[in-house]
Design a protein around this ligand. Structure first.
Ligand code: AMP
Ligand code: ZN
Length: 114
């Protein structure tokens, strides 16, 4: 997707602050962090929203969570705890339409979320 910001991160047109990368997944620091650790984990494949997920994408979503776990460990927040969030569409606050998992940690999280 040529007009997608996160696809530009994947293809190297723009360089994010990358913390993890493998064949299928890229993870980088959020530009507007909402917690001491705020990382976005994205599939390299463009999928706009959770509503667009297909059965063939099953492995991709598994890989997002496996990468999130790895990054949480790398960031030193695994034992204290962290939150993972995927916002879908407007009412959830999705602003970038390439699926991304927010990995938030380094502080106590409130519940319910706002
Ligand atoms: P969402 O609101 O769930 O779609 O999340 C989009 C996230 O992308 C927000 O937390 C933004 O701060 C983050 N973001 C937007 N532009 C950039 C960028 N250039 N680099 C890193 N994070 C970004
Ligand atoms: Zn994209």
């Amino acid at each position: 997707m040529s007009d997608c910001l996160f696809c530009k991160f994947v293809n190297g047109d723009i360089k994010p602050d990358t913390v993890y990368e493998d064949d299928d997944v890229l993870a980088f620091r959020d530009i507007n962090p909402q917690a001491p650790t705020h990382i976005l984990v994205i599939p390299k494949q463009h999928i706009s929203t959770l509503n667009d997920l297909q059965p063939k994408d099953e492995a991709v979503i598994g890989k997002l969570y496996l990468a999130a776990k790895k990054v949480a460990d790398q960031e030193g927040i695994a034992d204290a705890g962290y939150r993972t969030v995927i916002n879908c569409n407007e009412q959830a606050g999705q602003t970038v339409f390439h699926i991304h998992l927010h990995l938030l940690g380094g502080r106590t999280m409130a519940w319910p979320p706002g």
